[in-house]
Design a protein around this ligand. Structure first.
Ligand SMILES: [Fe+2]
Ligand SMILES: [Fe+2]
Length: 213
């Protein structure tokens, strides 16, 4: 029996949003956007809404249950990655606060930099969960405990009404993607002379992609 499929499915939706938020940031870098024409500024409230409601409230509620089962005797035998995972969570909230701070102070350059830091941390964190923590859980948690955990996940699904949440955020993603495609098509028609390649350091994740573009 697999109990981590549901956590992995959450990650897939979170990754979709994070990748799109990063694409918004790349657009702003290419256009040297100011606060008035920044795509990231325009989409920020939607990204915040998704992260707060889906990633932080819903997904973390399930993970709190999951971590409790991981802490039971016999699960973490040789090494305990949980302190590292908890520290990722608190770093992610600080970085999210930086993103919101940059947004509310209308600072596009800082917003892009804060998004970059958040993207790198979140992607690394989910990779560790998917490939280390989940494997340990599947291997070492007894089936009876897994069944109990699944019931707790289902209770969270009911309490938070996951069907409506998923419907809302699948639709929102679609809208954000359409907005991006439309803006990008407009950008593609313009001369590339105005692109400012040096706004973002080339050794960053976003910078590397721009360099390859
Ligand atoms: Fe996590
Ligand atoms: Fe997670």
């Amino acid at each position: 029996m697999l109990i981590t499929d549901t956590l992995k499915a959450d990650h897939r939706l979170i990754i979709k949003y994070i990748n799109l938020m990063e694409k918004y940031a790349e657009y702003d870098i290419k256009c040297s956007a100011g606060a008035d024409d920044s795509m990231l500024m325009a989409g920020a409230a939607s990204f915040f809404q998704f992260i707060d409601e889906f990633a932080v409230t819903y997904h973390h509620a399930k993970e709190s249950v999951f971590y409790k089962y991981m802490e039971e005797p016999g699960v973490l035998i040789n090494r305990n990655p949980l302190p590292m995972v908890f520290s990722d969570h608190s770093n992610a909230s600080e970085r999210l606060a930086d993103i919101k701070g940059a947004f509310y102070s209308n600072n596009v350059a800082e917003l892009i930099a804060a998004v970059e830091r958040y993207v790198v941390l979140s992607m690394t964190h989910m990779f560790k969960e998917d490939n280390i923590l989940h494997a340990m859980a599947e291997d070492r948690i007894a089936d009876s405990r897994k069944t109990e955990m699944l019931k707790k996940f289902e209770e969270i699904d009911r309490q938070l009404d996951i069907r409506s949440i998923l419907e809302k955020y699948n639709n929102l993603f679609f809208e954000l993607q359409i907005y991006y495609d439309k803006k990008y098509r407009q950008l593609a028609k313009q001369s590339t002379k105005n692109i400012n390649w040096r706004v973002f350091p080339v050794n960053s994740r976003i910078g590397r992609r721009l360099e390859m573009a």
